[in-house]
Design a protein around this ligand. Structure first.
Ligand SMILES: Cc1cc2nc3c(=O)[nH]c(=O)nc-3n(C[C@H](O)[C@H](O)[C@H](O)COP(=O)(O)OP(=O)(O)OC[C@H]3O[C@@H](n4cnc5c(N)ncnc54)[C@H](O)[C@@H]3O)c2cc1C
Length: 265
């Protein structure tokens, strides 16, 4: 089983600043972490590989500074880590990101199963996994919490978490699944593998190595534009001290509740 896990390195949300003029996120000063849902996706992939055998490759797109973060993958048992990094990939929206990831999956030999997180904690569109499935013409399932073998070697069973319960669907391979955050308990770093992980190199693929159609990459391949951006301030708590009798206070509170339309008949 060839399994690819798409893992995004994201800035800590509390450290990202919004530039209202350029309508972009300023991630420069923020420290990075592995996207939480992707850590669950990696655990899903490793647990499935441990049952059926095969190889887990971690795939990420981002600047060269992401490389050290990807070393966690071999330290927890992934077989290979690949970083797609080139200025040509920069400024990508979800369409260009999914195209680049899908092209890379083909380039590294294809995959039977592609495991993503349900959403990133920075962009948070959840569009990338279904888009990868479209580029690769693969089956897909979102909100997955568990993967097990299917009735034949050509399928897998994916359990999806829905609003009112769970459902299990059988997917033909190749398939793309996106895993819900908190789906499992990610394993700790195996310290026997830590030294190996430090020496194991993350394979970096640039535009020349990846190939692909330049018109679908980076800013050029990104039809999404930010039309507007506004700061939403949390309304402050309104407070008023009443120096009146209890009866007057009760009447005043009743009037306020009625004014706010909170009275049920
Ligand atoms: C309107 C708009 C404008 C944007 N402009 C820019 C811009 O100018 N410059 C810029 O850098 N970004 C920009 N972005 C962000 C960029 O689109 C996202 O970083 C990227 O496309 C991933 O989308 P997402 O974060 O919504 O991922 P989601 O679809 O929420 O992610 C789901 C899963 O897909 C996988 N995944 C997503 N991204 C990656 C990745 N890079 N590597 C590996 N796996 C991944 C992960 O498994 C993740 O859990 C913009 C986003 C929007 C919505």
């Amino acid at each position: 089983m060839r399994i690819v896990v798409c893992l995004k390195v994201v800035p800590r949300p509390e450290e990202v600043k919004v530039n209202l003029e350029s309508k972009t996120l300023d991630r420069a000063g923020a420290r990075s972490v592995l996207n939480p849902a992707d850590v669950n996706a990696l655990e899903t992939a490793l647990a499935f590989r441990d049952t059926v055998g095969g190889k887990v490759t971690v795939l990420s797109m981002g600047p060269p500074q992401f490389e050290p973060y990807l070393r966690v993958a071999p330290a927890v048992g992934a077989d290979e880590a690949v970083l797609l990094s080139d200025r040509a990939f920069g400024g990508a929206d979800t369409l260009a990101t999914s195209y680049t990831l899908a092209t890379a999956i083909g380039k590294i030999g294809g995959a039977d199963l592609i495991v993503c997180g349900e959403e990133s904690s920075d962009g948070g569109t959840s569009q990338v996994p279904p888009s990868i499935a479209e580029w690769l013409d693969a089956s897909q399932a979102t909100y997955v919490e568990r993967i097990v073998s299917g009735k034949s070697a050509a399928t897998v069973l994916a359990t999806r978490v829905l609003e009112n319960g769970k459902e299990t669907v059988e997917l033909d391979l190749p398939a793309v699944v996106s895993v819900v955050v908190g789906a499992n308990e990610p394993r700790f770093i195996d310290y026997d593998r830590w030294a190996f992980a430090q020496s194991a190199s993350v394979k970096v693929l640039d535009f020349a190595a990846l190939g692909g159609d330049p018109q679908y990459l980076g800013l050029k391949g990104s039809p999404t534009t930010v039309a507007g951006l506004r700061e939403v301030r949390k309304p402050g708590r309104r407070r008023e001290v009443l120096t009146v009798t209890a009866d007057d206070a009760a009447a005043r509170i009743k009037a306020e509740i009625e004014r706010a339309g909170l009275v049920r008949n």
